[in-house]
Design a protein around this ligand. Structure first.
Ligand code: ZN
Length: 475
């Protein structure tokens, strides 16, 4: 979960100037209203036109109601509450003019729609033209027995618990966001003050304005989704955030970049998962199906809490606690109970870099010891497992390095090590985002290592026959 950056939701100006906030508001907020007007529904063109006008009128009315309501309840003082100018849009088209914000329900006609608040028409284009979009969401719970439940966790509020044994690499859940919005909401609004406002006044104005922008998206959600959104935890009850913004700031996950902005999402169930600095599950966002996938990074036993990470897992204990405090979290996971030892281990792990070129060089140099790389590679893997960091890319990278080293060594014992590493690596990379195929890269690196190690074995055999090989300097 990435909190919105303060101070960048809106631009603060002084003195006042008049600029309306332009937003493109698509006319069909839910799947029930997504039938194109050209649909062969048996209605006459006049009836269809009347229906379309009715929808337009309803949408305008809802924006108007939202504006009046928010203006009445605004706590902000000293600035001009913006005019929100609505441009009705056809949901089946991407507008050619460019409103500063677009409210759209995606994917159109889906039973799991996402209410999206986008920066621009270009962002909508990028969203709907993504390769493969809109793919059906992969929901394991619909074809198999659901492997988790959401329950009260003592001291943590609600959380996710496994209802059956889950194996490493298994998909636990996949879910579309209730709401998709830009990270930090930057660039959405200009706020014009009549005088040099204090920081508190500027913040109150930003909170109020962002709440208004979110309210329009919220009003377009289905009633069930609105109820689910409002049931989520709000850790910002006392800092001036409105209810929608407070819930967004507490529950948002970073998803992907679009048109130079980061986009984030709030989820019904996935936002319930608690944090751990040694999480047993990880998330990837799948753009084509517009869904977040949660998968197990190690075996999870029935009854065990399913956890994910909200922060940089390789940051030291003090920094992690400082970051988590924003969510009202005081983490008491095992690494946080023994921070001195854990910090040292994580510091060592964080130094792990891409070692593939070094492995290929070693494989081609028979004078370098066989165990030169495998010993440190296994040490770093043990550290990663000991710290419970299987969810980090450092773990899959360490597995990958070890797999290549075993492949170069090539004895019978090494083959078992090689197979264990490559199988685990493939299990963890199964839910890789954006459909990249990691096996292609692995094949290419393995080929290079094999070619390099052929020289190693040939020369080693010649050494056995009494041929002297020069020993190069080892760094
Ligand atoms: Zn912790």
């Amino acid at each position: 979960m990435v909190p919105p950056r303060f101070g960048q939701w809106s631009t603060i100006h002084s003195p006042r100037s008049k600029q309306p906030f332009l937003c493109g508001h698509e006319l069909a907020p839910s799947s029930t209203r997504l039938t194109p007007v050209t649909d062969a529904s048996g209605e006459s063109p006049a009836q269809l036109e009347a229906g379309r006008r009715g929808i337009e009128e309803m949408t305008r009315k809802s924006i108007e109601e939202c504006r009046i309501q928010d203006d009445d309840t605004s706590k902000a003082r000293g600035y001009e509450v913006s005019e929100m100018e609505s441009v009705p849009l056809n949901p089946h088209e991407i507008p050619t003019d460019n409103p500063s914000a677009i409210y759209t329900t995606q994917p159109m006609g889906s039973s799991y729609p996402v209410e999206c608040l986008l920066h621009s028409a270009a962002a909508k284009r990028e969203l709907v033209e993504f390769p493969g979009y809109p793919l059906e969401i992969h929901r394991p719970s619909e074809v198999e027995e659901r492997s988790y439940t959401i329950v009260d966790i003592p001291g943590k509020g609600l959380g996710m618990v496994a209802t059956q044994d889950i194996e490493q690499g298994d998909l636990i859940a996949s879910e579309r966001p209730l709401l998709l919005a830009p990270h930090g909401m930057c660039g959405f609004r200009d706020i014009w003050f009549e005088y040099e406002a204090t920081q508190e006044e500027q913040q109150a104005a930003m909170f109020s304005e962002v709440e208004r922008v979110l309210r329009v998206a919220y009003d377009r959600m289905r009633p069930d989704d609105q109820a689910a959104y409002m049931k989520l935890h709000n850790a910002h009850l006392d800092d001036g955030s409105g209810p929608l913004l407070g819930i967004l700031r507490t529950n948002v996950y970073s998803l992907f970049d679009m048109q130079g902005s980061k986009y984030t999402g709030v989820f019904n169930e996935l936002s319930r998962i608690n944090h751990s600095c040694c999480p047993n599950a990880d998330r990837t966002f799948h753009r084509a199906s517009l869904s977040m996938r949660l998968y197990a990074v190690r075996d999870i036993q029935k009854g065990e809490e399913i956890t994910t990470s909200y922060c940089d897992l390789l940051a030291p204990f003090a920094k992690r606690q400082q970051y988590l405090a924003r969510y009202g979290i005081h983490c008491e996971c095992p690494p946080c109970l023994y921070p001195v030892e854990s910090d040292e281990n994580r510091r060592r792990i964080s130094r792990l870099k891409n070692a593939v070129p070094a492995i290929i060089k070693w494989a081609a140099t028979p004078a370098l010891r066989d165990d030169l790389l495998i010993v440190p590679a296994l040490t770093i893997l043990r550290l990663l497992v000991g710290e419970g960091l299987e969810a980090t890319q450092h773990y899959t990278q360490a597995l990958y390095h070890t797999m290549l080293i075993f492949a170069a060594l090539g004895t019978e014992g090494d083959k078992i090590g090689y197979l264990c590493c490559i199988e685990e690596w493939a299990r963890l990379r199964r839910w890789d985002a954006e459909g990249r195929n990691p096996a292609e890269k692995a094949k290419c690196d393995l080929e290079k290592v094999k070619v390099a190690s052929r020289a190693r074995r040939l020369l080693a055999a010649r050494e056995g026959e009494g041929v002297v090989v020069d020993t190069p300097e080892v760094e």
